[in-house]
Structure formats: C-alpha cells, structure tokens
Design a protein around this ligand. Structure first.
Ligand SMILES: Cc1cc2nc3c(=O)[nH]c(=O)nc-3n(C[C@H](O)[C@H](O)[C@H](O)COP(=O)(O)OP(=O)(O)OC[C@H]3O[C@@H](n4cnc5c(N)ncnc54)[C@H](O)[C@@H]3O)c2cc1C
Length: 366
C-alpha cells in the first residue's frame, strides 16, 4: 500500500485525492487549513469564491492545456448526467464581443477559441450567432456552445462524499481515506500527517499559499502571484438562463470584466474583476454601480432593477509564471498554479498527478 498526503482541499487537491483513491493500493490523507464545509472562508482559499464555468483559455498552440481542459469537459458532462447531487448544471454559454474590443484589440478579425473547431467544436455544439440574434449596434459578433456551471462549495463537498464512499462508509483505523485539519509550514512536515503512519509521498495542492511554504524553492515562490477576482452572488430575478460573457473593454477600468453564471437553484453569479497582484480584501463600492450600468447597457433584455445581492466574494486566482506546475521532485508532487482555470482543469491535472505517482511507484517497486 502507498501512503499519500495531499496538502490542500481546494478543487485541485480534492480532485487529485479523488483520482488517487480509485487505485485501491493508495491510502490518502488530505491535510488542509480550510475545507469546503467551512462557514467562514478566507480569500486565500480560492475555490469556494469562484463562479465557476468551463471556458478553456488555452491558446491555439497550447495542446497541453487543451488536453487537460478536454478531460474536464467530458468528466463534468458525465457528472451532469449521473450525479445531480454534485450541482453541476448544463447551460448554454454565450459570448458577445463589443464593437470597440473587436476594432481596437482584435483589429477587426473575429477570434474564436480552440474548442470552436474540429471534433471538439462538434462535441460542444459550437456556433457563431446570426446577426439577428444580437444587437449589431453594440456587438461585432457573438458565439455560443454547450457549457456548464458549477456551484463551487457544494460541488467540492460532493467530491468529499464520493471519497468517503470509495474508502468505505465507516472510518476505521485502517480506512483508505482521512481528513486532517492543519497548516503545514514545510512540505517535509506533511509526511507526518498521514493517518496510518509516515507517508510515502506528498502532493502539494496549496494554490496561492504555496508561496508561503518554507521549503518551496525560492525561484518557484517568485513565480506565484494572484489575480484578484470579485463576484457578486444575487438572487436570479433577471430572467437570465444562459451563462453570458461580454468581452468588455473599458479603457478607464481595464481590470473589470462582465460575466454571469446562473446557478441551478436560482443564484446568479455576476462578475467581475481581474486585478493583477492585488491582495486587497476591500471592494470599491462604486464597482457594483458600474457593473449594473454595463448590464443595463449591454444586456437590456434582462431585469436589472431591484436586484437582491446576497453576498460579495473576493478570491485570488493562483497564477504561476510559466503556467501550471505539475511535477515530481523526489517524494513530492507539485500541482498548483491553475490561475483562472482550477475547476475546468482539475480533472486533467489529476490525471497527470496520478501518472507521476504511478511512475514513482513503479520506480520504487511498491
Ligand atoms: C472570482 C473567481 C472566479 C473564478 N471562476 C472560475 C471559473 O469559472 N472556472 C474555473 O475553472 N476557475 C475559476 N476560477 C479559478 C479557480 O477558482 C482556481 O483556479 C482554483 O480554485 C484553484 O484551486 P486550488 O485548489 O489550486 O487552490 P485553493 O482553492 O486556494 O485551495 C488551496 C487549499 O490548500 C490549503 N492550504 C494552503 N496552504 C496550506 C498549508 N500550508 N497547509 C495546509 N493547507 C494549506 C487551503 O486551505 C485550501 O484548502 C475563479 C477564481 C476566482 C477568484
């Protein structure tokens, strides 16, 4: 048997632990400062503060990330079909490109994501909208595809429950799965957190806080940085049913965005912000005023008056210069730096981590 400690219970750590537990020769402990069931969630715990949807950001030549995101798309579709309790909901995802962005940034050339083409284009039912389907005085073009929305904390709790099922419903002294609350100062300390004795391997899924680990390589700490996001959670009285994004360009507020995710039970996520290296928890009160003004201008077909905003969520997208770190160094596997894509990439990243763990096991003849 292989004893593995996963540090972190964000969407990345949970999905990695889930995939490791599918191998009955693995015994997994998740140790974490915060869990999805916590009432008071820190801004440094990114996953509960996300939207979240699937919209791969991989560039046309980034096959590595495309493959990772593809795995996530198929996995979420399977979850939608078989596990309503996961609170992942199929929704059309529509994307509008305003005329100023088309002219100034895209230089008059229509740009579509990589998943618009080939087999993936067919899988996601990608199509450019006809001009009759949007306001041509505001938008240069628009497209849609079969997307999905994830109710984040709920979904992560589902992952936890799936892991308990895999390890047997009752926690015994030799269960294959366990949770431990704790803050790891050094990854080297994490080996001692396994519920069955000293661990063989540690998986680092600490997100933005990887920067704080004493024994992370100094050059690696330098690479990790936050892009702050802000979303408002409202009661969805607008009538909006599709995930909707306006590819906003506001030269006065270049770090502001405009997107919406209608969740199944009647919450509407309204975003957002994309603020590089911003660790503040404070939200400028004029921000929501600008957001609603943009809603009324770009999307007047929905009801924006008297919107009941339930809460404001601030989170730091855990970016890493050079992209995701999925790498084994001796008895530590790193898996962090998923930036704005932790939900859509989590299943694909987990597959890569399992491969690294299996490679280690083969070489060490467990
Ligand atoms: C507003 C917003 C909207 C977003 N929308 C989307 C979206 O639509 N789709 C998408 O795919 N992604 C989205 N993202 C990005 C996504 O949320 C992140 O990429 C993802 O949550 C990162 O997950 P993680 O598990 O790496 O980190 P986290 O969720 O931050 O988890 C890290 C875990 O490690 C624990 N931890 C850290 N350090 C230690 C330590 N020393 N000891 C013990 N435990 C520790 C923490 O307590 C936590 O449990 C969004 C993010 C934001 C902020």
């Amino acid at each position: 048997m292989t004893k593995i400690v996963v540090v972190g219970s964000g969407v990345v750590g949970l999905t990695v632990a889930h995939e490791l537990l599918k191998d009955e020769t693995n015994q997994v402990t998740i140790v974490s400062q915060q869990f999805p069931t916590d009432f008071d969630v820190s801004t440094l715990y990114t996953s509960p503060n996300a939207g979240a949807n699937w919209h791969s950001f991989a560039s046309d030549d980034d096959i590595f990330t495309q493959e990772i995101d593809k795995i996530g798309y198929f996995k979420y579709k399977e979850i939608i079909k078989n596990s309503p309790e996961a609170d992942v909901t199929a929704r059309t995802d529509v994307h509008y490109v305003p005329i100023n962005k088309f002219n100034k940034v895209y230089k008059g050339i229509k740009k579509f994501p990589w998943f618009a083409y080939g087999d993936m284009g067919k899988t996601v039912n990608f199509r450019e909208l006809d001009e009759s389907e949007y306001d041509t005085t505001k938008f240069a073009y628009a497209y849609q595809y079969d997307g999905l929305v994830i109710r984040t904390s709920y979904y992560m709790t589902y992952l936890l429950n799936e892991m308990w099922k895999m390890s047997g419903s009752v926690e015994t002294s030799n269960s294959r799965f366990s949770l431990r609350r704790g803050t790891i100062k050094k990854l080297l300390d994490a080996y001692d957190y396994h519920h069955l004795g000293k661990a063989d391997l540690v998986i680092n899924c600490t997100g933005i806080l990887s920067k704080e680990l004493i024994d992370l390589e100094p050059e690696e700490k330098e690479k990790v940085y936050p892009i702050r996001g802000i979303v408002f959670v409202a009661e969805n009285t607008t009538g909006m049913k599709k995930i909707t994004a306006v590819d906003l360009l506001d030269p006065q507020y270049p770090e502001e965005r405009l997107y919406f995710m209608p969740r199944r039970e009647g919450e509407l996520i309204i975003g957002g912000a994309y603020q590089v290296n911003n660790y503040s928890k404070v939200v400028d009160p004029t921000f929501i005023v600008r957001l609603i003004t943009r809603c009324k201008y770009y999307l007047p077909q929905y009801k924006w008056d008297n919107l009941n905003i339930i809460r404001t969520q601030v989170g730091y997208r855990p970016f890493r210069k050079g992209g995701y770190r999925i790498e084994r160094k001796g008895k530590i596997v790193h898996c962090y730096g998923m930036g704005a894509a932790g939900f859509q990439s989590s299943w694909g990243c987990a597959v890569k981590v399992v491969d690294l763990v299996n490679d280690y096991k083969n070489k060490s003849k467990f």
